[in-house]
Design a protein. Structure first.
Length: 301
């Protein structure tokens, strides 16, 4: 009997959680989250973790199983998910994976080369250097050490630049040399489904979602971790804007608008990432029945 990993992906705020739970119920299976922030137990409201009621309906994995103080990366996620799938497939023929972290999805589907764990002292030094010198000097170093990765990375994303430099300094090799080359063999089939809707509808959903997060207590949640704001994990939409609000840089109204804007921009980048993947099957976010029919046809072939 073939085993299937069914991936429900799509940009933030599009409704992946609701659809995935319905599909998981129909298939009597479990869900693996591939959201690179929902894994942190301290971040609940700002990462749109499924509600307690939703978590009761279906067994979820990789939600709140790490701490913001833990070092974690896509390679570690790949190893742990593949290990979990081996166990789940003993009882299930299908397992769902749901989220929008493109690198984490690629890690499970294609595999990442074995990127070495980074020395924590080196990480601290690079972070201190970033705070002191800014991102431009880091960009210049990356251009010198790994021009290939420099040409493709988002140069505004200091987290990715820092990660690449960490590997370059520690191994003496370009970070790009550790990036995906040949797909690793998997003993299960993969079905990728991405949700879509028109831009205006998505942006409206995102705006409403941010407003609901504020009502649910996002400000209090962010304030509790203000003193930890320099942890890379907290450089996340929703938290980083509120940290600046606490410092008096923006009014609360301005901050909420910034969170909405940055969430919309993040969704746009997610769409761009997924658009490159030719294996994805696209459905409108309200096509629940069509998605389930498509999945059933695929697994019954």
């Amino acid at each position: 009997m073939n085993k299937f990993l069914i991936i429900i992906l799509g940009p933030t705020g599009i409704g992946k959680t609701e659809i995935s739970i319905e599909i998981a119920e129909k298939l009597d299976t479990e869900i693996i989250s591939c959201d690179s922030r929902q894994i942190y137990k301290e971040l609940i409201i700002g990462t749109a973790v499924p509600s307690p009621e939703q978590l009761k309906k279906i067994q979820h994995h990789f939600i709140g199983n790490k701490s913001i103080y833990d070092y974690y990366n896509a390679s570690m996620f790949e190893y742990e998910v593949i290990e979990l799938l081996e166990e789940l497939f003993k009882e299930k023929n299908e397992v769902l994976m749901v989220g929008a972290s493109g690198l984490y999805i690629d890690a499970v589907c294609k595999g990442l080369d074995d990127i070495p764990a980074v020395d924590q002292e080196l990480r601290k030094k690079l972070i201190a250097r970033y705070k002191k010198e800014g991102i431009e000097n880091l960009r210049l170093q990356l251009k010198l050490l790994d021009p290939e990765y420099y040409s493709m990375v988002d140069l505004k994303n200091h987290n990715r630049i820092l990660k690449a430099l960490e590997v370059c300094y520690q191994t003496g090799k370009p970070y790009s040399s550790f990036c995906i080359r040949n797909n690793k063999p998997r003993n299960f089939e993969i079905i990728k489904i991405s949700l879509k809707c028109n831009r205006e509808e998505l942006y409206q959903r995102i705006n409403i979602r941010v407003e609901n997060m504020i009502k649910a207590g996002l400000i209090k949640e962010a304030r509790a971790f203000y003193n930890e704001k320099n942890i890379i994990t907290l450089n996340t939409v929703g938290y980083k804007e509120l940290f600046e609000h606490f410092e008096g840089k923006f009014t609360l109204d301005e901050t909420i608008e910034l969170i909405k804007r940055n969430s919309r921009r993040y969704a746009k980048r997610q769409f761009s990432w997924f658009a490159k993947d030719k294996e994805i099957n696209w459905f409108h976010s309200d096509q629940k029945n069509e998605i389930l029919e498509f999945v059933c046809n695929k697994i019954c072939q």
